[in-house]
Structures are given as C-alpha cells and as structure tokens.
Design a protein around this ligand. Structure first.
Ligand SMILES: [Zn+2]
Length: 501
C-alpha cells in the first residue's frame, strides 16, 4: 500500500533560495537516508543574486518595479488560475513608488500582491513581538483599515533579500521610525502556504495498512535509544505518525517505565483512570478491560470531547496463557468500505452514535459519527479525505435519533453499514496480532488504530499491563520541534512549511 501523498506543486519561483523552498513542498514523508537537515541557502548564490540586483542598470530596484527580472525572466509562467495574483491594479504600491494598501513584490520574476494588513500584522520587530516571550505586543484589531505602506529592498547574508516596509500610517502608539522587514524567502513561503491551504492540499504521510503491510513495516525501538537519542525518537515518532503503531523493547521492569517513555514525547494525559493505569483482571471490574474476557476492537475514551491521541501499554507480566493483543487500521478499512459501498460509507459519515461511561461517580457522554471527513461533505461531491474514525462498541450508549415514530430506515441503514465496516476491521487479512512479552511496550494512535485482546486464563498466571495516554497537541508539538531540527521544516494544518528566516 503506498503512502497518501496529496500535495500541490507550486509554480512560485524566486531566487535560487526561495525556489528551493517553494518547490520543495512535496511531502513530509521521511526516511532515515534522507534525513539530512535541509541546507541553509547557499550564501554565495544569494550574494550573487543581490549583486545582480543592485548592479542592474536600473539603479533603484524600485525604478522599474521588477528587481532582478532579467535574470529570473526565464522562469516559467504562472498557470492561468494564479494570474489574478499578478499586479495589474493602479492602486498598488511599488510600481509607481507610492504608498498603497497592497504592495507588489517581485518573487521569481512575477509581481505578487501582499495585503499591507498581512505584512503589518506579521511584523516580528522587537516593538511588535517580545523577543523573549515571543508574544505579540499589539492587536490585529488595532491595525487601521486604511493602512498604507511602501517598501525598500534590502538584504544581508543571513536572511537574503528582504523588503523593508515604511508605514504611512500605523497601529496607534507606533512612531514613524517603526519599520517592518520580511525576507523574500519568508514571503514566498507564506504565499505557498496560503495557496496550499486555499487549494485544500494536504501533506498526508499516513501509510494505510493491512496485515501484510504492517508485518513488513513494523518498527521496534530499543528503550535505551528512545530515552537517550533525539534522532531515534524523531525516527520513531515519524513512524508512529505514518503507521499509528510502534513497539519498544528492553523496557525496564518498573511501574515508572511507561511514564518515562511517554515523558520523552511530553506531558501525560490525566484521566479519571489515573495518570497511569493498570490493565489486570480483578473481580467485579468496572471496565471490561479489567476482566480476562475477550475484548473486541475499539478505541478508548470516545465518550470524552478530546479522546487521547496516543495510548501506551507496557507489559509488566505476561504469564497467563493467551491474551494476545491485536490491532486494525480503521483508516484502511474506511477506504476499503468507500471503494465497496459509497452508500455505507456516507451512512457512517452521518449517523450519530452516542458513547458513554455512566457510573455512580463519573458520567461521560459524547456523540460522534463513525467516520469524520476532513471537510463537510456535500451531497453530490466526491468524498473528502478521512480525518477520523470513531469505533468503540463496548462503550456505546443507547441510540437517541431515528429510533421510532413509524418507518425510519436510518437506524437499520446504519446497522447494515456498521456490519460491513466491522467485517473489514476484523478481517483476518487486516488484523495484526501480537502477544506482548514482558519488557515490551506498544504505542498506538488511539484515533486511528483499533486495539483488542484475546481472552486469557487468569487462573494460570499473571497478566499486567501498565498504561498511559498522550494528547494530540503534545504529540504533534514534539514531532514539529524534532521535524524542524532534523528536516528544516514543520507541518501544520496539513501543510509542510520550510524554515526560513
Ligand atoms: Zn514591528
């Protein structure tokens, strides 16, 4: 099964530096061999661009409004749908040198328009962003709507070519000395990101898997290396992001080990089960997980508004016969279902399923559709990418909608769709089974990979897992920090952004 690589190739071109940024938006997919940090722009190339710019016959870069054009004019034309971004309005600055609400900046030989409000709002000078806290020191809402600016081109070896905007009017409290500087590289990247978001492009690194795929691609990481080496951690977290499943071995026999493992990602998620919790059988268990019974494929805590992203299970005792864990990629099953029956797929996208945890001291309740797509689905539209799957039969509450009042096929249609989906989830060819040994730990994406357990014989020995959760924000924060450090880019809202100054 090949990765889902959905992205746009952008036509934006600028200096050699910016070109690398703007064309480099291919995928966040990662392999150990391609891990080199993306190199800083070649300073010589930058300087040569700068020299060319300032040595061009038009002495002032603003005189013809198209700095460096001759050198860059061989770059490809913009596709028609992007041409409206090219300057042709008389109220635009820089072509005539007058202050304006929109400024045209030459990026790769094309005049790109930037709204002054955007340029002003993203100012990072020490007056606008506190250098220590990195917090913004003015409010977007205080930017005057009639804001006008003009810019001068400037440059240095560190950031390359930049525009320095002089404001005709400004946010109250800012004097005439206030200037906003943005590098061409940064503007180019901002424009690329805006275009990708507008085109709803998604950089999706997920590899959907069945039993064969995951058996071939499973990853095992040594506990010591996980704890000590950031590069190993990045490699492992990238794999986890791709497949939703990861195994650790050599984990010390301690109730604290799962805390240490999760701590490398960030804060643990505390729930009413505790900061960590034990999966071992006990009499009159308040949760089916605490019995030796078979436990079918499910996700945890769907009855809360933000279910945990990651679940960790560390095996401290595996001395009872059986009790194998098994896993299934719900995204894979959802894709299969969509290919098999769009009617079933749409039903799972729209039918509300309530989940609950209803006990004397805790009462959680949350309703979710089984499949969530990335964008709202219009009736006649192609189906957008899958965002989430919600599947947790043991924690389902009674249905609230479409339950009576004459002939309402909705509930019956839902059951038929759920039945088809369950068949795919639990198909032998889609399920990966593994019996966790002592000293091993599994980490999985609780919003994607379903987990289950075979029954075990609690009379013949002990079975004890120590569990913990990690939230999505915590996981993606660590992943971004490491991605920025090792790859020179980071991903948010499905768009990979190059690190530029
Ligand atoms: Zn500023």
């Amino acid at each position: 099964m090949s990765p889902l690589h959905l992205t746009t190739k952008l036509p934006l071109l600028a200096s050699r530096t910016a070109r690398r940024h703007c064309l480099g938006l291919q995928t966040t997919s990662f392999s150990a061999s391609s891990r080199a940090k993306s190199p800083r722009p070649d300073a010589t190339a930058l300087l040569s661009d700068l020299e060319h710019l300032f040595a061009s016959p038009a002495k002032s870069p603003r005189a013809d409004g198209a700095p460096g054009r001759s050198k860059l004019s061989r770059l490809p034309e913009l596709p028609p749908q992007e041409r409206h971004l090219v300057h042709d309005a008389s109220n635009t600055g820089q072509l005539d040198g007058n202050p304006a609400k929109h400024l045209a900046v030459d990026i790769g030989g094309a005049q790109r328009l930037f709204d002054c409000i955007f340029l002003r709002d993203s100012c990072t000078c020490p007056q606008c962003v506190d250098p220590h806290s990195r917090q913004k020191l003015f409010q977007t809402s205080d930017i005057p709507p009639n804001l006008k600016g003009r810019y001068e081109l400037t440059g240095d070896e560190e950031t390359g070519l930049s525009v320095e905007v002089l404001w005709e009017n400004d946010v109250p409290g800012y004097g005439p000395e206030h200037r906003t500087r943005h590098s061409i590289d940064w503007l180019c990247r901002a424009l690329s990101t805006a275009l990708e978001l507008r085109n709803e492009a998604q950089t999706d690194v997920k590899v959907l898997w069945d039993k064969d795929t995951i058996t071939k691609n499973n990853k095992w990481v040594e506990y010591e290396a996980w704890m000590a080496e950031d590069e190993v951690l990045y490699d492992a977290l990238s794999h986890l992001n791709k497949y939703g499943l990861l195994f650790l071995k050599g984990v010390p026999e301690s109730e604290e080990s799962v805390v240490n493992i999760a701590g490398r990602i960030g804060l643990l998620k505390d729930t009413f089960y505790g900061r960590t919790w034990d999966v071992r059988s006990k009499p009159r268990a308040e949760n089916i997980a605490y019995t030796p019974q078979f436990l079918g494929l499910h996700m945890d805590l769907l009855y809360t508004s933000n279910p945990p992203h990651l679940q960790l299970l560390h095996s401290l005792r595996a001395r009872a016969p059986r009790g194998e864990s098994f896993f299934s990629d719900s995204f894979h099953a959802a894709h299969k279902l969509r290919a098999k029956s769009e009617v079933h797929f749409r039903k799972l996208c729209t039918y509300p399923v309530p989940y609950h945890y209803h006990h004397p001291t805790h009462h959680y309740h949350h309703t979710r559709c089984t499949i969530e797509t990335l964008r709202a689905m219009k009736h006649d539209e192609a189906i957008p990418p899958i965002h989430r799957v919600n599947w947790s039969p043991p924690f389902q509450a009674p249905f609230d909608k479409h339950i009576g009042g004459g002939y309402q096929p909705a509930l019956r249609d839902y059951v038929a769709a759920a039945h088809a989906f369950e068949k795919l989830l639990s198909a032998k060819s889609n399920v990966y089974e593994y019996r966790l040994e002592e000293g091993e730990c599994v980490i999985f994406d609780n919003r994607r990979v379903l987990h289950a357990r075979r029954a075990f014989d609690a009379t013949k020995g002990e079975r004890w897992l120590k569990g913990a959760y990690v939230d999505d924000d915590v996981f993606f924060s660590r992943l971004r920090v490491l991605q920025e450090r090792f790859e020179g880019r980071w991903t948010a809202d499905g768009v990979a952004r190059e690190v530029v100054k």
